[in-house]
Design a protein around this ligand. Structure first.
Ligand code: ATP
Length: 272
């Protein structure tokens, strides 16, 4: 049995939100991680790729109000809020790395927390929709979240974020640590969420699979954009092929970590 129902998702809005980021600078206590970053997150699915330490998580921390930033960020033409609760109210949800579920609470209780801003009746309505879209969660609704596998918890985390009916859903490396089959199912779900009208911004290290479902992508390294464009073109670009996928198309290397190792060994070759 799959995690998602066969028909289209009922979740998500028809908001088709647009996020415009211009000259964003952010980092930690004087240490600038991201410099003058400009990206457009249009309706659909935008993926941010890059190796460890590139600043991907830092970008999502800034966009969820956890750290301060400078620059210009507009959500549908309006100034992006600064405080976390204002950001949530504006319809932006984040599925953070590590999922952050409440392990001693049931799946249902975790999901209900995702809809805490909604009225009781609306929350019940959304819960029903979530359990229709994520069919397996209905069977698991009384299970304690902490007793679920990593992949199952990731599904709960995404479903919980959808309980807020976000206009913009941000996901931080959702495939991390998941078995390949689970990644495939999760990515089908992410694609469906984007198709249902919720704009999605996903940070990923699984370059090949992420580009396969994305509409467009950005590659960042050390806080700076190295390449961007429609996913299909990006996949064929030299930056992606040489650094992430291997210039030989039969190579199966897909992770950004491998890309860094590849670069290091390449630069070793150059310097020897
Ligand atoms: P990964 O895939 O490893 O999570 P990433 O692209 O998400 O990589 P970030 O987590 O954004 O990278 O980290 C970018 C840089 O910021 C790194 O040099 C990291 O050491 C630094 N950094 C991250 N969190 C903090 C923090 N709380 N305080 C200080 N520096 C931090």
């Amino acid at each position: 049995m799959m995690w998602y129902q066969r028909s289209d998702f009922t979740l998500g809005g028809s908001a088709r939100a647009r996020l415009k980021v211009r000259r964003l600078c952010t980092g930690y206590s004087g240490f600038l991680v991201i410099r003058d970053l400009s990206i457009d997150v249009s309706p659909g699915l935008t993926v941010i790729l890059g190796p460890n330490g590139a600043g991907k998580t830092t970008l999502l921390r800034a966009l969820s109000g956890q750290i301060r930033w400078t620059g210009e960020v507009l959500l549908d033409g309006n100034d992006f809020p600064e405080k976390p609760h204002e950001i949530v109210r504006a319809g932006v949800a984040l599925v953070a790395e590590g999922r952050q579920l409440f392990p001693q609470m049931t799946v249902r209780e975790n999901l209900e927390l995702g809809g805490f801003l909604a009225s009781k009746a609306d929350r019940e309505f959304r819960l029903e929709r979530v359990l229709t879209d994520f069919v397996k969660l209905r069977q698991r609704s009384s299970q304690l979240a902490g007793t679920m596998s990593g992949g199952e918890q990731q599904m709960v985390a995404v479903a919980r974020a959808m309980m807020a009916q976000p206009r913009l859903l941000m996901l931080d490396e959702p495939s991390l640590g998941l078995a390949p089959k689970m990644v495939d199912e999760l990515f089908v779900i992410v694609r469906r969420i984007a198709d249902s009208g919720t704009t999605v911004l996903m940070v990923e290290q699984n370059v090949k699979k992420a580009l396969a479902i994305a509409d467009r992508g950005y590659v960042i390294e050390r806080g700076v954009i190295q390449a961007h464009g429609p996913a299909a073109l990006l996949e064929r670009s030299s930056v992606i092929r040489e650094a992430y996928l291997g210039s030989n198309s039969t190579e199966k290397t897909t992770t950004a970590k491998d890309a860094v190792l590849r670069r290091q060994s390449r630069s070793k070759l150059l310097h020897n």
